[in-house]
Design a protein around this ligand. Structure first.
Ligand code: SF4
Length: 357
């Protein structure tokens, strides 16, 4: 995208905004945004780090009334493995991100206005239209994804309010750079929260544009607030794949709850790292084993359909019975009985309620 295209897109985006709710005015005439952990203090006429929230007239303007992507995805793709297996998620995304990961798999939408190679457009849409499409296609879940949802939370909540009135499950696919304020704001409207834990090394997190502490605190708080959370670590060769780091991640998750599912997914070359080798299958298998050895109850291999033993399946933690058999995003068999094991009756943690029935 040329510089003039970027300026044009920025002008278009600035028209699809409204005064946000996740900010406060500071004593020195700036506004402090608390939609994400960066807590930008933004002066008049300036943008936040994400470049899509900005200060005009001591008010914070935030994205509103559009999508950059809208698609129907299996819920397993988000990924949620402990929420309505086999259901479809109406997935919408806006533009922008508060991170700049060099291995981003959604960089076309997330890095708009930051990277001239990212070419994006938007479509004007209302929450009514999104929900009508979700109904028409038989979705049970409505998901904010593709860009970082925390930074467009006002719009997500507007869509989710209508989704909830129409008995949809709602979800976020997020990098977890949250704040207590945004978690509180989402609390009445959000059911499922996928959070990335991209490593356990703060220095490397800062290379991505984040802070490890913020993500850990968001996970702890999201769990306390009773969102259904699943954690994803994309295993990137030579970035976060040492035994020690994987063990640290697994032990942290266990300290919050051993029942939180941990997905360890294989990296494939993308964005600025398209020349980096794929994560070997053995590394993913080892990561799953590290998760189980640390005491987690549900650890899943991702991005290698059928290639990592049976580590895509959900087994009863108590009796070992295979309850949900998967290959990639496909559910092959589901023997879950009212959220419990068909053999021994133990409850399997998750969000198993179909709100529409
Ligand atoms: S969402 Fe995050 S990056 Fe964007 S303005 Fe707010 S605090 Fe800054």
């Amino acid at each position: 995208m040329s510089e003039s295209d970027q300026i044009e897109l920025k002008e278009i985006l600035s028209k699809h905004t409204k005064v946000g709710e996740l900010f406060r005015e500071t004593d020195d005439g700036r506004v402090e945004c608390y939609a994400c952990g960066h807590r930008c203090k933004i002066g008049e006429g300036k943008d936040g780090i994400c470049k899509i929230r900005f200060n005009r007239g001591e008010k914070l303007y935030v994205p509103w009334g559009y999508v950059s992507s809208l698609a129907l995805d299996p819920i397993e793709k988000k990924p949620f493995f402990h929420a309505m297996p086999g259901s479809t998620a109406m997935s919408f995304g806006m533009l922008g991100c508060d991170f700049h990961c060099s291995f981003c798999q959604n960089w076309i939408t997330s890095q708009t206005l930051r990277d001239p190679h990212s070419i994006s457009s938007i479509e004007i849409i209302s929450p009514e239209e999104i929900i009508a499409l979700a109904k028409k296609h038989g979705a049970q879940v409505v998901t904010s994804t593709y860009n970082e949802p925390l930074i467009t939370s006002e719009w997500a909540v507007e869509v989710f309010k209508l989704a909830k009135r129409n008995k949809f499950i709602t979800s976020y696919v997020s990098n977890g750079n949250g704040t207590p304020e945004v978690i509180e704001y989402l609390s009445p409207w959000l059911d499922l929260f996928k959070i990335d834990l991209k490593g356990f090394n703060d220095k490397k997190y800062r290379e991505l544009g984040g802070v490890l502490h913020n993500v850990l605190e968001t996970i702890k708080l999201a769990y306390k607030k009773k969102f259904w959370i699943e954690i994803v670590t994309l295993i990137v060769p030579d970035f976060n794949d040492t035994e020690e780091e994987l063990k640290d991640i697994a032990e942290f998750i266990k300290s919050v709850s051993p029942e939180i599912p941990w997905h360890v997914t294989a990296f494939h070359g993308d964005y600025k790292m398209d020349n980096v080798r794929y994560t070997p299958v053995e590394k993913i298998v080892r990561a799953v084993e590290i998760g189980y050895a640390a005491g987690l109850h549900y650890v899943y291999a991702g991005n290698i359909p059928g290639g990592a033993r049976n580590y895509e399946n959900t087994n009863c933690y108590r009796c070992g019975e295979c309850l949900i058999e998967r290959q990639g995003f496909r559910v092959i068999k589901n023997r879950l009985k009212e959220g419990g094991c068909a053999k021994c009756g133990s409850l399997i943690p998750g969000f198993w309620k179909n709100l529409q029935s």
